[in-house]
Design a protein around this ligand. Sequence first.
Ligand SMILES: Cc1ncc(COP(=O)(O)O)c(C=O)c1O
Length: 412
Amino acid sequence: MTPATASAIDVRLDFPVLERVVHGKRLVYLDSAATSQKPRSVIDAMDSYYRRSNANVHRGVYQLAEEATELFEGARKRVAAFCGWEEATTIFTRNATEALNLVAYAWGRPNLGQGDEVLITEMEHHSNIVPWQLLCAERGARLRYLRVTDEGLLDLDELDAVLAEGRVKLLSVAHVSNVLGTINPVADIVARGRAAGAVTVVDGSQAVPQLPFQVSDVDADFYAWTGHKALGPTGIGVLHGRRELLESMPPFLGGGDMIKRVDFAESTWNDLPWKFEAGTSAIAEGVGLGAAVDYLAALGMDSVRAHERDLTAYALEQLAAIPGLRVLGPRDVDGRGGVVSFEVEGIHPHDLAELCDREAVCIRAGHHCAQPLMRRLGVSATARASFHVYNTHEDVDALVAALLKARKIFGL
Ligand SMILES: Cc1ncc(COP(=O)(O)O)c(C=O)c1O
């Protein structure tokens, strides 16, 4: 499993789904920004949990329940260590969407009012837009967007100018764009937001799977991400939060596990992180996510990043040779993650994706849950190829061949 060199990661055999043949051809999976494939170690960890250790966590005194609790809390410990964040303030959620909603409801509702502003950017995923729209509508606050430049970058002078107006109470930004691939300078953005008195939130859904960094270095008040894009299962996400804020916030959801004591009229809350984990947790999924971060840690995130950078550079070079193809996002490969969105003149992205599927090449087409960004870019949809550790230059070659064939079919 361990790569000899960064650019020679060869882990395809660890991913059982990649053995599949589709339409008589080798499966080429280029949609990891939507969800990543899962290594055998993740599948096995979940399988073994259900076969050997399934019980509810935190409550049982019998061995099986203690084992399940150890597996689940052990996973949290490893996820927290992987991200460089304290265990008690590493909260398991269903996904990034729920993590962001948790902040909007539990921090936003008590703290936001008339005249206050929430500042996000034009490149956000709907998960980092809609919770703030709901919050602002309820609290009478204003939602503002930082512009995205034509090259797909944020303008930090504009950020400073908006912050200087003094009304931004919360600033939320994607670490890596799921459409443009842009790697935003989040530590700098967070520092500017904090200096202006704003609470800072980072959506790290596309960053944790591919970048070597510690969440503590970004130092946002809240950092949200989702397990299924980081080689983990669906149904589990993470919110890393600053202790003082989490302690001052009311719970997000009420129910079992999040209480210390329940009386007829009122209740008191459990310690962190369980105060924000109402109901039975996604136990097997937590165990699976623990195995996923172990897998990534064993590869080494520097190697993961080097591999994705190499693939992205190769893809940008190869795609540039296709007539009528336009790539969106930053031109500098060091400023972008393993996501390449593009258009081919004369072919709708949905047709492109369908024709690629005939060649067993899975790419995504559509608005990528970023409709405001599509509007800003003046497009209704794009095609998107995205990479992870199991992709190779041959996968990019298969994409290029499928796109050239699509052009032929369209008589271009
Ligand atoms: C940047 C970004 N944020 C948030 C999400 C939402 O992730 P989830 O649906 O797992 O909550 C995604 C998923 O595509 C994403 O790419």
